[in-house]
Design a binder for this molecule. Structure first.
Ligand SMILES: [Zn+2]
Ligand SMILES: [Zn+2]
Length: 349
């Protein structure tokens, strides 16, 4: 009989991995070749936002660095769009949450800002997190395209107001926000009219490139005001599709429950819990994530892999054998790491 002690499960292991994000290239770039990674698609997390169950409500938390706040009109248009495209009889609520001091943002990675400031949804709500910042404040940051994060926390949108701010970035701010949020509703997920992330139809808001005439004749002409019929059909299909029964928000975590283990994600963080979801060390884990946001990830982008366990050695070993076959490579990696630790402690296989 072994219980993984507090030290073990609360310890966060920082692993530097390259970032896999749903980069949008909202003004440039084209369609990707080949299908989206399996890790993005196999669990269909966007259905939590579109379907009526298990969450009849949708809650959107908007954090912003002071000076980079989105105008109210952008948020109002996003809210109207979500009301239209998601089957949420309990309503859609958009809340401005933290206003982050520029001094803090000047010394923080984007992941750090998100981990420190994200609060998560109230009970019984699906959740989208939106963060507006300005990379010009931090000499360490490069200007980034606005993007929806599709892995490992497929419920976040991050917008750098420095991105083409002098050009059309701000003129199109509301459309860009709609485009990013639509990624989290599964728009253009059907590869028949795009690459599974973006739409191949010219003139569709889900096209990877925005066409905009910023000068000369036709200045201000914006060709993509709406979604094409195929993208609208995608979202209509998802609203009518049942969400997987094993996905839930647990606080701010998006939790995927599997036999014997759960995978919990936050921005750039994947936690593997061996044991039932009810035995997750929620409070201490949340505190450890907040610490990681202020510690290892403060000044750099990175990825946090962590794990915890409850139960007997035998049940933990059984759960590990399943987790080692999880579709997500980071989960397999965490499981192998945990197994190796148990081996080193001389625990029976
Ligand atoms: Zn995009
Ligand atoms: Zn389209």
């Amino acid at each position: 009989m072994v219980s993984m002690d507090t030290k073990q499960w609360a310890r966060l292991v920082l692993v530097a991995l390259s970032l896999l994000a749903g980069g949008c290239g909202s003004t440039a770039g084209g369609l990707r070749r080949g299908p989206l990674p399996l890790e993005v698609t196999f669990w269909k997390p966007w259905l939590l936002n579109t379907a009526r169950a298990p969450y009849a409500k949708l809650y959107v938390e908007v954090d912003a660095v002071r000076g980079a706040e989105p105008p109210q009109r952008w948020l109002d248009e996003m809210e109207a769009f979500l009301r239209e495209q998601c089957d949420k009889p309990g309503g859609v609520t958009v809340v401005r949450s933290d206003l982050i001091a520029p001094e803090e943002a000047a010394a923080s990675s984007v992941t750090s800002l998100a981990l420190r400031h994200l609060d998560g949804p109230p009970p019984e709500s699906a959740y989208i997190y939106v963060l507006y910042y300005n990379s010009a404040l931090n000499p360490q940051l490069k200007t980034a395209n606005p993007h929806a994060v599709v892995f490992p926390y497929p419920c976040a949108v991050v917008v750098d107001r420095n991105y083409n701010e002098a050009g059309f970035g701000d003129v199109l701010g509301s459309l860009i926000l709609k485009h990013e949020v639509a990624h989290l509703l599964g728009a253009a997920r059907d590869p028949a009219h795009g690459d599974g992330a973006h739409c191949g139809r010219r003139g569709c808001l889900m096209n990877p490139a925005f066409e905009y005439a910023g000068a000369g004749r036709g200045a201000g002409l914006q060709l993509q005001m709406t979604f094409c019929a195929d993208c609208l059909r995608d979202m209509a299909r998802w609203r009518a599709t049942e969400a997987p029964g094993n996905l839930r928000f647990q606080g701010a975590y998006l939790a995927r429950r599997e036999a014997g283990y759960s995978v919990l994600t936050l921005p750039n963080a994947v936690h593997l819990h061996l044991g039932t979801a009810e035995t997750l060390p929620g409070g201490p884990l949340w505190a450890a994530m907040k610490r990681a946001g202020s510690g290892p990830l403060q000044g750099r982008e990175g990825f946090i892999l962590s794990s915890s366990a409850t139960g007997s050695t035998a049940s933990v070993r059984t759960a590990l054998r399943s987790a080692e076959k999880d579709p997500v490579s980071m989960v397999r990696k965490s499981a192998r790491f945990f197994s190796a630790q148990m081996d080193r402690q001389g625990l029976p296989p």
